[in-house]
Write a protein that binds this ligand. Structure first.
Ligand SMILES: O=C(O)C(=O)CO
Length: 342
């Protein structure tokens, strides 16, 4: 019997490639569960997922199965042969990687795949927040032409200082896109990025970044050390009238502090693609017409989706063939070699 690979979330863009990639080496099966308990009880003998050694995972699967939190990972390790989870997406905050580490399950993600899409979305948010493009379009569509758009409250990009928090793939790509404009670009990362161009200045702390920037853009992954990283103190350190952009994860921001700063005008607007409790959007955010709000579509373009599906499946294929795939998430890189073979 061939080992089985379970798709927790559909492949939409590379179905033919998927068939070819696993032909003769693994049987690709689909999620049939309608609940978390059914999912977890289906890996045993005679169950629909018997013989599954690896999972492909999209965040959409959490609607049925829930997040891959510690209880799910432990149950999976107890009841199945699953040793690899290939997350489709750059963010893997819905998977408890520490629990995976304890149980010898490796996790890969798809860095690079949606760098361009997410950086472009961030650029759009920056321009829209400064020039109120989203508000202007809403006024046209509602039949009021330019009202309540008010040019006196909009601003050019020229001369602004863009502060980038996290110069990984997306942060760096955004820096390159923004460099087309006459602005100063600074960044803070845990360490100085070797790939940073000369014009992208390193500052030594988040505080310094907030002091100098009048547009702050967040590009760090969500993990226990980044939850609430931008809160009251950091927002207060930004200059009055600053703009905040977030295309990473909602919980990196303290949403209450952000809303208070919008209410008292300390932040002139925010451009968001992500929220702490998606798909719920705090209704208070909808009352600030100058903010641009997207429904977490930053990383979604046809090219990005295709690339991330291929990359995640490639990681699974490498695991099935050789016991280890690529793109293992940083927290688990030291585990390679333990418990990963079929
Ligand atoms: O790749 C991800 O994790 C995303 O959230 C894309 O927006």
């Amino acid at each position: 019997m061939l080992p089985r690979v379970l798709l927790c979330g559909e492949i939409e863009y590379v179905q033919d490639e998927c068939k070819k990639m696993f032909h003769g080496i693994a049987e690709v099966i689909h999620l049939v569960s309608d609940s978390r308990s059914h999912f977890l009880s289906s890996f045993g003998p005679g169950g629909p997922y018997e013989g599954t050694v690896a999972l492909y995972r999209r965040n959409t699967s959490s609607e049925v199965v829930g997040k891959f939190d510690a209880p799910l990972i432990h149950a999976l390790a107890d009841t199945s042969m699953v040793r690899w989870i290939a997350q489709s997406g750059g963010g893997y905050d819905e998977i408890d990687v520490q629990a995976c580490k304890e149980r010898g399950i490796l996790v890969s993600n798809t860095p690079r795949a949606n760098e361009d899409a997410t950086a472009t979305a961030t650029l759009y948010l920056m321009l829209s927040c400064l020039r109120h493009f989203s508000m202007a379009e809403r006024s046209l569509r509602s039949g009021t032409w330019k009202t309540p758009f008010n040019a006196a409250q909009t601003h050019d990009v020229t001369g602004r200082t863009l502060g980038i928090l996290g110069l990984g793939g997306i942060g760096l790509r955004f820096a390159h896109l923004a460099h087309a404009f006459p602005m100063r670009i600074i960044y803070f990362s845990r360490r100085k990025a070797e790939s940073a161009p000369d014009w992208c200045e390193y500052v030594s702390s988040v505080e310094e970044l907030c002091k100098q920037a009048d547009i702050l853009s967040l590009h760090v992954p969500l993990n226990p050390s980044t939850v609430g990283m931008i809160g009251e103190k950091e927002i207060g350190t930004l200059q009055r009238g600053s703009v905040l952009l977030n295309t990473s994860r909602g919980r990196i921001m303290d949403q209450e502090a952000m809303i208070r700063a919008l209410e008292d005008g300390h932040l002139s607007s925010v451009g968001l693609d992500v929220y702490p409790d998606e798909p719920r959007v705090d209704p208070r955010l909808l009352t600030f017409p100058r903010c641009t709000l997207l429904p977490h579509i930053g990383g979604e373009s046809a090219e990005a989706w295709r690339t991330r599906e291929l990359q995640a499946l490639g990681n699974l294929r490498a695991f099935v063939l050789g016991g280890v795939g690529e793109d293992i998430v940083p927290e688990l890189r030291t585990v390679i070699g333990n418990s990963t073979t079929l």
